[in-house]
Structure formats: C-alpha cells, structure tokens
Design a binder for this molecule. Structure first.
Ligand code: PMP
Length: 369
C-alpha cells in the first residue's frame, strides 16, 4: 500500500509552483457569499450542532433524490446515503465487498485503486477506449467477478466519456450476469455540451450511483452520496455507522440551506460549465501552440486533459519540470495493469490563463532539453 502519488506531489510544491497536478476545482468560483448567507441562517439553530441520522439529514436526501427524479430516474430519500465525500462512499463499498474481485477501467481513479487494495479486493481490468470500456474484455472479466467500478463521465484521469451504445451494453452485461455496478460520477455535472444519462438509471436495482458536491460546489464540505436500492443502502449503513456515525452535520445543514434555492445552484452550475469550457479550450490552444508533440483528445467536460508524448518517459519529464516549478501527473500512476510510461494528466481548472501559458512553455523547454 503506497500513499497517493498526487498528494505527495501536492505536498512537495510551494506557492510559486504552477500545478497542473491535483484535481482541484477553481476556488475563485466557490459561491462564498451565498454559502456565508446559508451558514448565517443555520448556525443559530441548536439542532444543527446535535448528533443526527447516520444516513444523512432527511431534507438533504430528499433534495438529492429530487435531482434524480427530475431526470426521470425514480429515487426517494430512502435510496440515498450521505457520505463524507464520495471517497468515503468508495471506502464503504470496498469494505462491503472486501476480498471480492472487481473489474475496473484501465486507467482508473487512483483513490479507488488504493481503497480497493486496502480492502483486499482483487482488481481485474479492461482497457478504456475513447468511447468507453472495451466491451469484450469487460464482459469476459465481469462474468467471473460480477462486480465493476466505472467512471463513465469525463473520467479521472483519462477524461473519456462513454457513448450511449456502450452505456447500454454495459447495463445489459450487468443485468445478464445478475451482478452489480459501482458508477462513480463526480464530474457528470461539469459537461460542456449536454448531460449524459447514467448507466445506473438503466439498472436501478443493480447499481450504486456515487455523487459528490466536491467538484460542483466545494470539496471542503466533504459531502457525497450513494444512490442504491433500499436493501443495499440498509446494509451499507452498518458500515457507515461504524466509521463515523454520520457525516458532518454542520456541512449537511449548510448545504441543505444553500440548496433550498435550486435556481441559485443551477445558475452556479451554468457559470462553472461556461468557465471550465473556456479554460479547457485555452489550455488546448496553448498545448497545440507550444507542445504540438502532445497527442490528446479535447475534453468534453470535467477537469482534465489527458494524452501522451511518443517516446517520452513522463516521470523523467516531470523531474525536469519540477526543478522549474511546474508539475503534472504521469499517467502510469493510474494503471492497474498496462502501465504506459508516456502518458500525462493535466488539470486545467485551477490555474490562471497566464500560468497555463507559462507552465506549458516550461514543459516545452524541458522536453527539448
Ligand atoms: N471519485 C473520483 C473519480 C474522483 O476523481 C474523486 C476526487 N478526485 C473522488 C471520487 C473523491 O471525491 P470527493 O471525496 O471529494 O467527493
């Protein structure tokens, strides 16, 4: 068990470093004034300081359930378990499925890989293609394990998104095998053009759909959730209780107050999508201008640009760039099996336009040297 390489990079850098490494949302877009108003409204109430329900406060679960219903995915408060970020949701599920085997995309989210390792899950993988997981390889591995962890929207790290066809095929495979799917969706709302339909909505009783307010609002609240059928939620609740009794009550009440005005939240999401879209376009323009050797697909949403250099070891490049105070994440960190040494994940959401140009120019110089 290793520590997260990304957190180690983040700890090693100082304020002057241009970081394309962490998956940080842009703090300039946190709706701080509105959150402050919500906080003022709740802090004087005594019950917000009290212990609360392990599955989360009911009015917040109802609001999350309503978001699903608005999209035609029937859900009620009893289908929702509030977690301390979606990272805790992953931990609860890993504990629930301890020692079982699980099929992942290759590459996949490092935080999930580490959590699965810690709980002795046996990880099998299938390659991730531009339009989703490679179906034949997925089906073969899934038939044995009957459990899978996928990130179908703007995946971390690869930013790839499943086509409608692959979503439907994955759902069919899960159903045919009477298995289960963990669908992790922290980036779903950060689309540049249109929202995708979740795989879970096709197989509501065979899936755990994970969501989070970390990327859409702010990560410090540490509020995420699991959507599943009631029987599964009740079983997960036993694990949740033994970890922390319940997620932070203050965060939940604050969020619940903020979400009372749904228009305000929807407006915030629209601002976020527009801003990130422009940022990603600028990042890609600068890559094309100064680093034409970098091969990548333009992101359709999310927070990352992912690609590769031919015949360049991305760790060696990172070492050179770190000395010049620019960091990013080598792609091989995200692989379960086929570690490709040439790949890189860039985060585009958290740097200023000026730093994006400066950072990419420094990488280009390091590459030449
Ligand atoms: N899943 C994925 C795919 C992620 O990228 C992240 C955060 N980087 C998480 C889960 C965890 O997010 P949080 O705990 O902040 O909700």
């Amino acid at each position: 068990m290793k520590r997260s390489f990304i957190r180690e990079i983040l700890e090693a850098i100082d304020e002057e470093t241009i970081s394309f490494a962490g998956g940080l949302p842009n703090s300039l877009l946190f709706p701080v004034d509105d959150l402050k108003l919500s906080a003022n409204n709740i802090l004087k109430k005594r019950d917000v300081w009290q212990y609360s329900l392990s599955n989360g406060i009911k009015s917040l679960r109802k609001k999350i359930a309503k978001q699903y219903c608005n999209e035609g995915f029937e859900t009620s408060a009893e289908n929702i378990l509030i977690t301390t970020g979606s990272q805790q949701a992953l931990y609860i599920l890993a504990r629930y499925f301890q020692n079982k085997s699980i099929v992942l995309e290759d590459p996949s989210y490092l935080g999930a890989i580490n959590t699965f390792k810690l709980n002795d899950l046996k990880m099998k993988s299938a390659p991730l293609e531009n339009d989703g997981i490679k179906l034949k390889a997925f089906e073969k591995a899934y038939e044995k394990s009957k459990l899978s962890y996928l990130i179908p929207d703007f995946q971390n790290p690869s930013t790839r998104t499943y086509s409608k066809y692959k979503r439907e095929e994955v759902a069919k495979i899960v159903e045919k095998n009477k298995g289960l799917l963990i669908e992790d969706s922290p980036y779903t709302e950060l689309y540049f053009k249109e929202k995708n339909k979740s795989i879970s909505s096709l197989i509501p009783d065979n899936s755990f759909h994970l969501g989070s307010f970390s990327k859409t609002l702010c990560p410090s609240l540490r509020i995420g959730w699991i959507r599943a059928n009631k029987k599964l939620i009740d079983e997960l609740l036993v694990i949740k209780e033994s970890i922390d009794l319940h997620s932070c009550g203050l965060s939940q009440h604050l969020l619940n107050e903020y979400l009372k005005d749904d228009k305000k939240y929807q407006n915030h999401l629209n601002i976020l999508r527009k801003y990130y879209k422009e940022k990603s376009e600028y990042f890609c323009e600068q890559l094309d201008k100064y680093l034409p050797e970098f091969i990548y697909e333009k992101p359709k949403g999310g927070m990352f640009v992912y690609g590769e250099f031919k015949d360049v070891d991305s760790f060696e490049l990172l070492n050179k760039c770190m000395k010049k105070k620019v960091v990013f994440v080598p792609g091989c960190e995200f692989y379960v099996k086929n570690k490709n040494k040439n790949e890189i994940r860039f985060n585009f959401t958290n740097s200023s336009l000026e730093d994006i140009t400066k950072g990419i120019k420094i990488i280009a110089e390091a590459l030449k040297s």
